[in-house]
Design a protein around this ligand. Structure first.
Ligand code: MG
Length: 480
């Protein structure tokens, strides 16, 4: 149930700095394990986590991959050792994007896929994400069972002649790319010879994204495309602030589209030919409209923090939107449950369930190019049909241990503090519908912060909502 957290440091007789660990906090967050290396997560924990997964599976093979982080190879080896010790086989796929790992786990029928990644977090973070043979991320229930085995140390131990076998593969990316190309109308994209700038942010997308675009006869310029766990080019989270080089490059070269990924490339953010960074929820709305042309009966799934523009666009196209808690696994679960073929998250997650249930940023990029090719219109023209509602976000520092008490206080105080509260939704955090707009307050599952997101029809209204919400959250934090 508990992981280690550094509570102090001391110098040994050799004068080297050591950390003192104390058991605190849960191992799994919103999505798998994501922790700071050295103070919250270390090799001995990775070894134990490998043993716990091997024990959970009992037999079979685990495909293991990593993103570009400096800690990746070492954490991967410790996990592999743990898995092998239980008698379960390990197939190492090297440094590849998270969606590629999820795809080959399903495509090649492995019993599980294990990705060493901390997604878009800063470089000192590491983590592990689990995937099933159905391309779904592990559910909170499955993670709880692994955490129970981990905590109770009830490990399966194989004898020397029953240990797992280790094997290495180097064609996972080729398989993934070939399958993506089968999903799309490559010919129409190829005929346009688009100019595309790709920015994988020094992450795992570097090994796939530029090559996929090139195979579609695009003229590709890539920036920040040397995998480097220090993330020298930009911070890993792709947004308007971090993508200044990409914006400039798209404008300077007259490119048709800019494509940016986060560290493990399960997210994608698009930049128009004019250098405008497009929020993921607008892209969801654009692609949902296309999906609804095929079937209006299947719902579109998105998370609580997406813009109302998704609901409005989907409704206009004759469809229905369903909301889930934040996290791509929550979206995938709801899609599976309802037979939805398309869903996503505003942060840049897009899932096409007929291909697989993991985020699929590469197929999404192809779908955008396909739409541009079939309509003969630019991405900027296409997305201009999806209006922008002003959205504001804020992060407030809050210790992980205090989050739940603060959220309980806010559940009572926030609806009262906001003017014109219409409805309170608690599918994930505290969501409040207001007469003009909405606000969502939720504790981050991966960082010691509480996040506030709000949206309203005008800048003035959204600023007012943000100011009111921030003041109330601050009051609650200061009260503890
Ligand atoms: Mg990610």
């Amino acid at each position: 149930m508990y992981t280690t957290l550094s509570v102090g440091t001391f110098f040994s007789s050799s004068g080297r700095l050591h950390s003192v660990y104390k058991m605190t906090g849960k191992l799994f967050g919103t999505t798998g394990v994501r922790k700071v290396y050295g103070t919250e997560f270390d090799l001995s924990m990775a070894l134990k986590l490998g043993k716990a997964l091997g024990t959970y599976l009992g037999e079979g093979s685990v495909v293991l991959a990593r993103d570009a982080r400096t800690t990746g190879p070492m954490i991967e080896d410790a996990l592999a050792a743990g898995i092998l010790s239980t008698g379960v086989n390990v197939v190492k796929a090297g440094m590849i994007p998270t969606p590629t790992l999820a795809f080959i786990t399903m495509h090649r029928g492995y019993n599980a896929g294990l990705m060493v990644t901390a997604s878009h977090n800063p470089p000192e973070y590491t983590g592990v994400k689990f995937w099933g043979p159905d391309s779904m991320g592990y559910t909170p229930e499955m993670e709880s069972e692994i955490e129970r085995i981990y905590t109770e140390e009830e490990f399966q131990v194989a004898k020397w002649n029953r240990l797992g076998q280790e094997q290495t593969i180097d064609n996972a990316v080729d398989d993934h790319v070939a399958s993506i190309l089968e999903q799309i109308d490559s010919k129409s994209i190829e005929s346009k010879k688009y100019n595309v700038v790709v920015d994988p942010g020094n992450g795992a997308g570097s090994v796939l994204a530029p090559y996929l675009m090139r195979s579609l006869a695009c003229k590709v310029i890539s920036i920040n495309s040397q995998p480097d766990g220090h993330f020298p080019g930009r911070v890993s989270e792709p947004d308007k602030e971090s993508l200044t080089d990409l914006i400039k490059m798209v404008k300077d070269t007259g490119a048709d589209l800019g494509i940016a990924h986060d560290g493990d490339a399960d997210r994608v953010v698009f930049v128009t030919e004019k250098g405008e960074v497009i929020r993921g929820d607008r892209t969801i709305a654009l692609l949902a409209r296309e999906e609804l042309k095929r079937s209006k009966k299947k719902p579109i799934v998105t998370t609580v923090d997406s813009s109302k523009i998704v609901d409005e666009t989907v409704e206009k196209a004759g469809g229905k939107t369903l909301r889930t808690p934040v996290g791509d696994i929550q979206v995938a679960l709801k899609m599976k449950e309802t037979g939805s073929v398309f869903g996503g998250e505003a942060a840049g997650v897009f899932i096409f369930s007929e291909f697989h249930y993991a985020p699929e940023p590469f197929l999404t990029a192809c779908r955008i190019l396909e739409l541009m090719a079939s309509t003969g219109r630019s991405f900027g023209e296409l997305i201009s049909e999806i209006p922008v509602y002003p959205l504001r976000k804020a992060k407030m520092k809050c210790e992980n241990t205090k989050k739940s008490a603060i959220m309980s206080t806010l559940a009572k105080s926030l609806p009262k503090a906001m003017e014109d509260t219409v409805e309170v939704i608690t599918v994930d955090g505290i969501g409040i519908s207001l007469e003009a707009g909405w606000v969502l307050v939720r504790p981050s599952g991966t960082e010691p912060v509480i996040r506030i997101t709000c949206e309203a029809p005008t800048d003035e209204q959204v600023e007012k909502i943000l100011a009111d919400a921030k003041a109330e959250v601050e009051r609650a934090i200061n009260g503890f």
